[in-house]
Design a protein around this ligand. Structure first.
Ligand SMILES: Nc1nc2c(ncn2[C@@H]2O[C@H](COP(=O)(O)OP(=O)(O)OP(=O)(O)O)[C@@H](O)[C@H]2O)c(=O)[nH]1
Ligand SMILES: [Mg+2]
Length: 197
């Protein structure tokens, strides 16, 4: 397949939903709480540390940022929810933007829903998973920051999480580390298959 994520470029920035670019190709969207590693994962997939902006400070992504991969599809990087360090108004404003992305009727193809492998489910995560299930939205669950575990520890933790979240048997679950590039090749392949097979 000619989808290898080699060619990745910034496409557009939307501070409000009507600024989103026209959708002429498939689109995947990154969802998850702030600081979970959405922007870092885009960079890992594209093997380019300078593509999306990453920060120690939650709330880095404050608009919907679109990237185009291999001239074939778009990735939308959404602001995360639940960050502590921005004002309550800003907080509401950014999550409203992420919410409006989902309710705008935009015809995206796949959600990558990211959750930090070390954390317990947040209310927002549970709500998002329920929302996607009840609206038949295609999604991959992606556990991030897996470098925090040993190989054996990671296996145990994933089993634990499957119980905690009560995932469907055939749910698509990935475990990645953007930092160590674990699970990135598998995720690339699964995305390409999902969009173009
Ligand atoms: N250990 C570890 N840290 C990571 C990994 N991925 C991201 N991080 C760190 O997590 C922090 C947040 O990463 P971002 O990619 O900016 O997170 P985000 O989800 O885009 O955050 P917002 O834009 O605020 O929604 C940064 O300090 C990253 O270095 C990972 O695989 N392993
Ligand atoms: Mg970000």
């Amino acid at each position: 397949m000619d989808i290898n994520f080699r060619k990745a470029k910034f496409k557009a920035l939307a501070a409000s939903i009507d600024q989103c670019p026209d959708l002429n190709e498939p689109e995947i969207v990154m969802s998850g709480r702030s600081n979970v590693g959405k922007s870092s994962l885009i960079n890992a997939l594209a093997d380019n540390k300078k593509l999306a902006r990453v920060s120690q400070t939650p709330g880095k992504t404050r608009a919907v940022v679109f990237f185009e991969i291999d001239d074939r599809f778009l990735i939308a990087d959404l602001p995360g929810y639940g960050y502590a360090k921005v004002s309550r108004d800003k907080k509401a404003q950014f999550s409203a933007l992420a919410d409006s992305y989902f309710t705008s009727g935009r015809n995206f193809d796949l959600v990558l829903h990211l959750m930090d492998i070390r954390r317990e489910p947040s209310e927002e995560d549970v709500a998002m998973l329920e929302y996607m299930n009840s609206n038949s939205i295609r999604y991959f669950v992606v556990f991030t920051k897996c470098d925090k575990y040993s190989a054996a520890g990671l296996k145990r933790r994933i089993e634990e999480l499957k119980d905690i979240y009560n995932f469907d048997e055939n749910a698509d679950i990935f475990a990645v580390s953007s930092m160590k590039k674990q699970g990135i090749a598998e995720l690339r392949e699964a995305i390409a298959k999902e969009l173009f097979n």
